[in-house]
Design a protein around this ligand. Structure first.
Ligand code: PLP
Length: 284
């Protein structure tokens, strides 16, 4: 697990891009969540018996934590606001796979700061608390490894780095550990919101550029144009995630960005249920 992932050329939209294939790191533990949780994977925590986190009931971080907890022999408790009766009756995607790994999921009706404060207060000496989306300072170690793996290649080919952001932690720590330009775009909220999230991690690195998406996309909402773009990418040879990556590639097209090394951040487990929803909604 976690050997060097390959960088492959990717012809799309009549241009050559390069893609860092972190989706290929491992079958179960891959993408930027594997990088974020690398710190925990590689150390021993003799006192820790369980890990607690919170957030959306389809999140990639939730699934990756279920894998980590299984490897470590920890109990995994995950708090979420609400689980629809549809999902309860038709478990799928990250929710299903995390349950299979032994996740205990609890609906608590809380969100945002209330949820965060509630979970942070559950801390004790046997419990590891992981913030939503894996935004913890420990995530820098694995992301620095990613930076080290791309540094030379990017310089040699004169490439800029591009990746779409949620919390922005991956983009932040990548830029912090590189001296080449890292470009990102917010997928959750707008540019202002992402900048606020980035400030939580410290001073924003000088080489990190945040571009606004072409238009406002509501995170998790289905957009026909994003599905068609995802399909086009897939036909060009690489399957990307359906939540973040179509917004990323739409941004690359919109700004006509060239000489890009794109970071594939995994997340393919979530695609199955999203594809179903897309097919149902748009009759594909
Ligand atoms: C979690 C995730 C992101 C967002 O990562 P941040 O570090 O929160 O910005 C992007 N793409 C995929 C596939 C993810 O799973």
């Amino acid at each position: 697990m976690l050997l060097f992932s390959p960088i492959t050329p990717f012809e799309f939209n009549n241009q050559v891009f390069y893609v860092k294939r972190d989706d290929l790191l491992d079958k179960n533990f891959n993408g930027n969540k594997a990088r974020k949780f690398y710190y925990f994977l590689k150390r021993d925590f003799p006192n820790i018996k369980k890990v607690i986190s919170f957030g959306s009931n389809q999140s990639n971080a939730m699934y990756s934590l279920s894998v980590l907890a299984k490897i470590k022999g920890w109990e995994f408790i995950y708090y979420t606001n609400h689980i629809s009766s549809y999902l309860k009756n038709n478990p799928q995607g990250n929710y299903l796979y995390a349950l299979k790994n032994g996740m205990k999921i609890i609906e608590c009706g809380l969100s945002n700061e209330e949820m965060r404060n509630f979970v942070l207060n559950l801390r004790d000496k046997n419990t590891l608390i992981i913030e939503e989306g894996g935004r913890v300072k420990e995530s820098e170690e694995g992301i620095k490894n990613l930076a080290d793996e791309i540094k030379e290649f990017a310089k040699k080919h004169n490439l800029k780095i591009f990746l779409p952001s949620g919390t922005g932690a991956t983009a932040f720590f990548l830029a912090k550990n590189l001296d080449i330009e890292v470009i990102t775009t917010p997928c959750v909220g707008d540019k202002e919101y992402l900048l606020k999230q980035l400030f939580l991690l410290g001073e924003i690195p000088y080489n990190l550029t945040v571009l606004s998406p072409r238009k406002k996309f509501i995170f998790g909402k289905l957009y026909k144009e994003l599905y068609l773009l995802w399909k086009e990418l897939k036909l060009s040879g690489i399957e990307f995630d359906l939540l973040y990556d179509p917004i990323g590639w739409d941004t690359i097209k919109h700004y006509n960005l060239k000489n890009i090394l794109y970071i594939h951040q995994g997340g393919l487990n979530g695609n199955e249920s999203l594809i179903k929803r897309y097919k149902y909604k748009f009759n594909f």
